[in-house]
Design a binder for this molecule. Structure first.
Ligand SMILES: *Cc1c(COP(=O)(O)O)cnc(C)c1O
Length: 428
């Protein structure tokens, strides 16, 4: 295969590049690779863009680092927890969980025993995703505050694994069974706070209209007075250079009209919540890795980095696209060749490839040819990246670093091999 002929200076993709190359190089030097780097300014800008919603409730599963939660809390953002671990994270970040505060809502499709006990102890409102949650909670804690997460019979989601509604989704209460749920609310004298739909309709305005209409209809059908409605999350972010930012003003207008309809029906003010995960943190994050090998394989050109799908799982799991940039270890103005490049990781697993499509087919990205020791930087890694990492191949979790007020600060240390082994060695 021939190298692409190099005539101009290397092209630097400018899109959304809020952290400079120098900062990313400094992160690699100080904290080692692979490491996650987040830009606080980007997250702040995202929070500010959601003014107009009464409550912004961050779905922390996107990225549950306690230091990010603290930052969001300081900006007045409430939080969702979907497990006992996420409840404890929210508390560690300073959320009160106090009865009546509603700053933490437990949102899940089941109540495992540990979560149930903690939810009851703290009095945390529960966003209910299956009928049994109502009876289990009602028996343990009569009068407990609840939301109902409704599956309105349709959904969206970018793959079979991300369907948030419709007949094939595991999430929420099927709309035709709501009367049984209302009976359970009544039986256990649960306090119904609000109705919730998380369909992920952010970018599709026909779908958004359907969701808003369904919400307005459910509010009218609901036999209880309620205080709030939630639009759920699902606001998309740009990943590809050709992706555009969501039209937030249209989104806001649709939901404001839905709130107005609910207020008219109920005769009092109704709080409008939004529950974004990806939107708040997705574009803020980078995964910085070091290129350790490069090779021709038949017609293909591979580079192998020291990050694997144990770190960044989205490409292997969903065929998600992450823009990749090559950063020279030492900046130079020399002309750099570009080649269609397959980017892979170190795991003993054929699927440890980052440049794949939704069907798992390898799709090379056009990248600068790196020297060994150069950095491969994965962009838009703030959401569902570090929080989905695993210890596969006995690799420790990578450190997380926050860029804030012009400085880099470690917000999670690297997990050592000793940390990993301790779980087993402590068993004698
Ligand atoms: C995951 C989740 C969200 C956030 O989804 P994003 O697509 O990241 O915005 C919001 N609400 C609920 C109930 C969720 O499960």
């Amino acid at each position: 295969m021939t190298l692409q002929h190099c005539t101009a200076a290397p092209e630097v993709p400018a899109l959304r590049l809020s952290l400079s190359d120098d900062i990313l190089r400094e992160a690699a030097r100080r904290f080692g690779t692979p490491c996650w780097v987040y830009d606080a300014a980007d997250i702040r800008r995202r929070v500010a863009s959601l003014a107009g919603f009464d409550v912004i409730r961050y779905a922390q599963k996107a990225n549950s680092n306690i230091h990010l939660l603290r930052m969001l809390r300081a900006m007045g953002v409430a939080v969702d927890a979907v497990s006992l671990g996420e409840i404890e994270r929210a508390l560690a970040a300073g959320y009160s969980g106090a009865p009546g505060a509603h700053d933490i809502v437990f949102a899940s499709d089941i109540l495992d025993r540990g979560s149930l006990a903690r939810v009851v102890e703290l009095g945390l409102p529960v966003n209910v995703g299956s009928p049994q949650m109502l009876s289990q909670l009602g028996e343990a804690s009569p009068g407990h505050p609840v939301w109902l997460r409704i599956n309105p019979g349709f959904g969206s989601g970018f793959s079979r694994k991300t369907n948030t509604g419709g007949e094939w989704s595991k999430h929420g209460l099927w709309h035709e069974t709501l009367h049984e749920c209302y009976d359970l609310v009544r039986l256990h004298r649960l306090k119904l706070v609000g109705l919730h739909m998380h369909i992920g309709s952010g970018a599709d305005f026909d779908q958004l209209r359907r969701v808003c209409d369904a919400m307005a209809a459910e509010v009218r059908r609901c036999p209880f007075d309620i205080q709030a409605i939630s639009a759920g999350g699902g606001l998309p972010i740009p990943y590809r250079d050709t992706d555009v930012e969501i039209d937030l003003s249209a989104y806001r207008t649709h939901w404001a009209a839905t709130r107005a309809s609910a207020e008219e029906h109920l005769g009092h003010a109704v709080s409008l919540e939004i529950e974004p995960g990806r939107y708040l943190v997705g574009n803020s994050g980078y995964l910085v890795s070091e290129v350790r090998a490069r090779k021709s394989v038949g017609e293909n050109w591979f580079i192998l980095a020291d990050a694997g799908f144990n770190d960044l799982m989205r490409p292997a799991m969903y065929g998600s696209y992450h823009r990749i940039g090559i950063l020279q270890a030492e900046p130079s103005s020399a002309c750099i060749e570009r080649r269609p490049t397959v980017v892979a990781g170190p795991l003993c697993e054929a699927g440890d490839v980052f440049t794949v499509d939704k069907g798992g087919v390898v799709v090379p990205q056009d990248l600068a040819v790196p020297e060994i020791g150069d950095l491969a930087v994965f962009h838009d890694c703030g959401a569902y990246c570090a929080s989905m990492s695993s210890n596969y191949n006995s690799r420790g979790l990578a450190p997380e670093v926050l860029h804030e007020d012009g400085a880099l600060r470690m917000i999670r240390r690297r997990q050592s091999v000793a940390d990993l082994l301790a779980l087993e060695l402590s068993c004698g």
